[in-house]
Design a protein around this ligand. Structure first.
Ligand SMILES: C[S@@+](CC[C@H](N)C(=O)[O-])C[C@H]1O[C@@H](n2cnc3c(N)ncnc32)[C@H](O)[C@@H]1O
Length: 216
């Protein structure tokens, strides 16, 4: 869901530095041939991720949730030449598709994709990350946050997507659909961040809600 009036968001996008043509082609190819293309972060969020990477002089990124590799390339093209982005996904099916598009960009070589459940992969990762982008299975959002916090560099931030979940976060447990397996977990992450004295969080109502989190 998008909480901003579409023409206003479009104006903001046209006045922003946007993802490259290669990223836009990857987005279009995803919409044409891959199911669930609404999972793409889109140009506004892609621009924001690029801005954060540049403003914080990010060198090393961890992404949880690759899908077709759109957000990975949005971020990689704003990393310095020696920068590195590790992206995690449980699914190997779209790896060839992503690599075909990443290879069309000079920034694609900064990206490595690791396959497997992120809960198992994250503890095995070595070194610190300057930016972690969490955009995978919502049931594990708080687990991902807790696993990634100790891996942040001093200047590091965590960016969590979909924290407003189409507005469902406003609903009480009894108002949620019986088969809703995500909202309570997203609310748990939002509550954890807002109640933690050691975290500084800013929730942006951009697209489906984006939480910017750093350690105090
Ligand atoms: C919302 S999509 C990511 C979209 C991507 N960030 C973009 O905008 O281009 C979520 C991805 O998380 C992956 N995923 C789901 N469960 C996972 C798990 N347990 N571990 C790792 N990845 C998982 C899915 O396969 C899917 O590709």
């Amino acid at each position: 869901m998008n909480f901003i009036e579409p023409s206003i968001e479009q104006y903001a996008i046209t006045k922003s530095n946007r993802p490259s043509q290669v990223v836009r082609d990857l987005g279009e190819a995803t919409k044409e041939s891959v199911p669930m293309s609404m999972m793409l972060v889109g140009e506004m969020e892609g621009s924001l991720l690029g801005f954060l990477i540049r403003a914080l002089n990010v060198n090393r990124v961890l992404e949880v949730g690759t899908y077709t590799g759109y957000s990975a390339l949005c971020m990689a093209e704003n990393l310095p030449e020696a920068g590195e982005l590790i992206t995690l996904d449980i699914d190997d099916e779209l790896t060839e598709f992503s690599k075909k598009h990443w290879s069309q960009s000079s920034h694609g070589q900064k990206i490595s994709k690791l396959i497997g459940p992120a809960l198992e992969t994250i503890p095995k990762l070595e070194g610190e990350f300057d930016l972690v982008f969490i955009d995978a299975d919502k049931q594990n959002y708080l687990n991902y946050l807790k696993l990634c916090l100790p891996k942040l560099s001093d200047k590091g931030i965590i960016v969590v997507d979909n924290v407003l979940w189409s507005g469902n976060v406003l609903k009480s447990a009894s108002e949620l659909e019986a088969d809703d397996k995500s909202t309570e977990h997203i609310k748990a992450l939002n509550d954890y961040v807002s109640e933690s004295p050691s975290l500084y969080g800013t929730m942006l109502p951009i697209r489906d809600g984006i939480f910017l989190i750093s350690k105090i």
